[in-house]
Design a protein around this ligand. Structure first.
Ligand code: FAD
Length: 310
């Protein structure tokens, strides 16, 4: 069996694997797609000490760092089921989609998350060419330009407030008749001079010139009238969904499906730790996910040296 088995090969999983392997214990990583969300990222400019890199390069560096240690990487494998240990300190099982079963004394869940898409024409085509999902990451690319934010929940309204300080103008588009964000955020948003708020509107298309985004169309759901706004960027903020569906019923999750963790990364199941975007850790960023992975690996190591006693 593995001493530490990491499920997920994004920044959190890679960091956890390096930290575990450096303790000289048998470590494995199972990942559906090693690199995780960073593979879909264009420029990364906020991983401190690396001034600028791109997603695929960053993902390759993660893998290189893990491979520098004696870690078994099982890439292209999806985990479907977790079986808690029968007794404290016992073996935990995970079942792969291919039918194989792996055993481990401790587990680190770092399956990340995915942004919910609006699924309109142009979204996929112009992803990373004007269509963005992370204002902390890509906001500065739109300095002095016009952008839209789709979604009037807390993340959309926070994004619009954040972007308003960087860009020329923000149009916030909400599907419902009212914004769903906290009142204090809505008040702040409404006080900003360079923000327009469009409620009860359905985004219908993101337009581009073949290279980058140029406009967005929406329909007023009350009148049925179509509108087009010229802009350079569209931030889609309609939810980040943790990849934890397979854990329902075994590991305690928040109402948003995030894995509940304590300050050491321990979950509700003994020996099972979690890190990164799949958990309740606030602010989903690479640098946060890597730190979190390191923390969960040290938490798991602590658990192991205590023989599984809490
Ligand atoms: P992920 O990166 O999501 O990795 C999850 C891993 O788990 C993957 O290997 C996946 O294949 C695997 N997995 C999932 N389910 C299973 C399963 N059932 N079985 C096996 N494996 C599974 N952050 C920044 O700090 N700076 C940026 O510039 C930046 N830009 C971004 C741009 C885009 C387009 C996106 C989508 C995100 C961006 N982010 C950025 C956010 C950042 O990528 C994430 O916060 C970070 O990747 C989270 O790391 P993670 O390891 O928790 O999860």
């Amino acid at each position: 069996p593995y001493e530490v088995l990491v499920v997920g090969g994004g920044p959190a999983g890679a960091a956890a694997a390096v930290y575990a392997a450096r303790k000289g214990i048998r470590t494995g990583v199972v990942a559906e797609r090693f690199g995780g969300q960073t593979l879909d990222t264009l420029a990364i400019e906020n991983y401190i000490s690396v001034l600028e890199t791109d997603g695929p390069k960053f993902a390759a560096a993660l893998e290189q760092h893990v491979r520098a240690y004696d870690v078994e990487i099982m890439n292209g494998q999806r985990v479907e089921q977790l079986s808690p240990a029968a007794e404290p300190g016992g073996l935990i099982g995970v079942k792969l989609a291919n039918g194989a079963e792996l055993k481990a004394r401790s587990l680190i869940l770092s399956t990340g998350a995915r942004w919910r898409n609006v699924n309109v024409p142009g979204e996929a085509e112009y992803r990373n060419r004007g269509v963005a999902y992370c204002p902390h990451c890509d906001g500065p690319l739109f300095k002095g330009k016009k952008v839209a934010v789709i979604g009037g929940g807390n993340s959309g309204v926070e994004a619009a407030i954040d972007l308003a300080g960087l860009v020329e103008h923000v149009t916030l588009i909400e599907f419902a008749e009212q914004l769903r964000a906290d009142a204090v955020l809505v008040r702040k948003l409404e006080s900003l001079p360079n923000v327009s708020i469009v409620k009860h509107a359905q985004t219908t298309e993101i337009h581009g010139d073949g290279k980058k985004v140029t406009a967005l169309s929406y329909t007023d759901r009350g009148t049925g009238q179509a509108h087009t706004v010229e802009l350079a960027g569209v931030f889609v903020q309609i939810g980040l969904v943790p990849n934890t569906e397979w854990l329902k019923g075994t590991v305690e999750l928040s109402r948003y499906g995030e894995i509940l963790v304590d300050p050491r990364g321990a979950t509700s199941v003994p020996g099972v730790f979690a890190a990164g975007d799949a958990t309740t850790v606030p602010y989903k960023q690479i640098i946060i996910a890597t730190g979190d992975g390191a923390k969960a690996a040290l938490g798991a190591f602590d658990y192991l040296i205590r023989g599984g006693a809490a």
